[in-house]
Design a protein around this ligand. Structure first.
Ligand code: ADP
Length: 383
């Protein structure tokens, strides 16, 4: 070892390394430490050489290290030698440094020695933390949007309607049964029937009022208008919908107009519309897969400026398209062709877009499928 320690080439070699390197004897005494160890842990060579390496370890390793060494020399059992491990080292300033420690063993002809190599993991840890916080942010965003979709405009409204409309519907059904009973009776009490029919009419009008009220309610949500970048709103939603699409093995392609696209809007509402259109497209492709397994599993979302200072957002899929039969009812409340559909999505989307001074529509693609789009005015204050 003396040879090595005093060998200039050896010293130059280990000092050139960016990783900390040291050699200890079989009692844990430091014989060699390169400059990287000094740099990483804040000690001078003179403070390191000749001391037991355990002083660089926090508890409980510090107290156990001598025993580790003697047990290894006695039994040959390896805990870290040749394996490497993520550990913490105690710096001179009392702080801890996350390191990856690799240990090798050799016999210099007179005694057993151990070589340790220290790699600083703090940058890696920082990147991991950054990644984790980015992931958390995305997670939060997803949760927020999921929350918004659940209890937001559509969910809240759907639940509200279901509840409110249930009352007139139950009443209608009760009066209808009464009518049938009265009409079947031997002594038909037509006055009573007329009375019940009157009530049915009133309840039906009430149900209609609930739906109209709902539409007004959406229009009245115009208070949260702010200038937003349409491209960013769309891109954010696409990132969120990507997970949903991936589960169905569908790829979302995003093409954004390169020009700035400020719109004055309630960004959550506009994001709801985009999300709803993408979800409808995912449903359409999923449904079509059963009939046409080789359906193109791609949904294109693109934004483009169009005339009169407006921006158009289009969601294109290659699903089954819209049949002529359904075309007229598509935007009607409660129109759905899905088993578990609510049929409120497009109706609410249309109300939102109209309230923003825009228009919502669709085109059938030549190569099959549908392109739903909406157009919004850019940068113009909307009343
Ligand atoms: P829901 O999704 O609950 O059915 P929507 O109002 O969002 O309610 O949609 C109404 C109907 O419009 C759907 O049930 C479906 O038949 C049709 N539809 C909507 N988007 C598409 C699409 N991209 N491709 C084919 N049909 C669609």
């Amino acid at each position: 070892m003396e040879n090595l320690v005093t060998n200039d080439k050896f010293t130059a070699l280990i000092d050139a390394a960016t990783e900390g390197m040291f050699i200890i004897d079989s009692h844990g005494i430091i014989e060699v430490a390169n400059q990287a160890v000094e740099r990483l842990l804040g000690y001078d060579q003179a403070e390191l050489i000749g001391r037991n390496v355990k002083f660089l370890m926090p508890s409980p390793n510090r107290e156990q290290h001598d025993a580790y060494l003697s047990e290894h020399l006695r039994t040959g059992r390896k805990k870290i030698i040749g394996i490497g491990r993520e550990v913490e080292a105690l710096k001179k300033d009392g702080t801890l440094l996350q390191i990856y420690l690799s240990v090798g063993k050799y016999d210099d002809g007179q005694a057993i020695k151990f070589v340790g190599i220290i790699r600083d993991l703090s940058d890696l840890k920082r990147s991991e933390e950054k990644l984790e916080s980015a992931e958390n942010e995305i997670h939060e965003l997803v949760n927020n949007l999921a929350h918004v979709s659940r209890i937001g405009i559509m969910g809240e409204m759907a639940a509200g309607i279901a509840h409110e409309i249930n009352q007139p519907l139950t009443a209608i059904s009760t009066y209808a049964k009464a009518c049938i009973r009265l009409l079947k009776a031997d002594d038909k009490q037509l006055d009573e029937v007329v009375l019940a029919l009157d009530k049915i009419e009133n309840q039906a009008l009430r149900a209609g009022d609930i739906i109209r009220g709902l539409r007004t309610w959406i229009r009245e949500q115009d208070t949260k208008r702010e200038v937003s970048d349409c491209n960013s709103l769309v891109a954010e939603v696409v990132e969120i919908a990507r997970m949903d699409a991936r589960n169905s093995d569908i790829e979302l392609q995003l093409h954004l107009d390169a020009r700035p696209s400020s719109v004055v809007c309630d960004s959550i509402q506009i994001q709801q519309v985009v999300l709803n259109l993408i979800k409808n497209s995912i449903d359409a492709v999923n449904e079509y897969k059963l009939e046409k397994p080789d359906v193109k599993r791609e949904i294109l979302i693109h934004t483009e400026h169009c005339e009169h200072e407006r921006i158009k957002v289009t969601v294109t899929d290659y699903g089954p398209g819209i049949s002529d039969n359904d075309a007229d009812s598509l935007f009607d409340p409660f129109f759905t062709t899905k088993q578990t559909g609510m049929g409120m999505g497009l109706s609410i989307c249309q109300t939102i877009i109209r309230a923003h001074g825009g228009e919502l529509g669709y085109l059938s693609n030549l190569q099959g499928g549908t392109s739903f789009y909406f157009i919004l005015p850019t940068s113009i204050e909307i009343k």
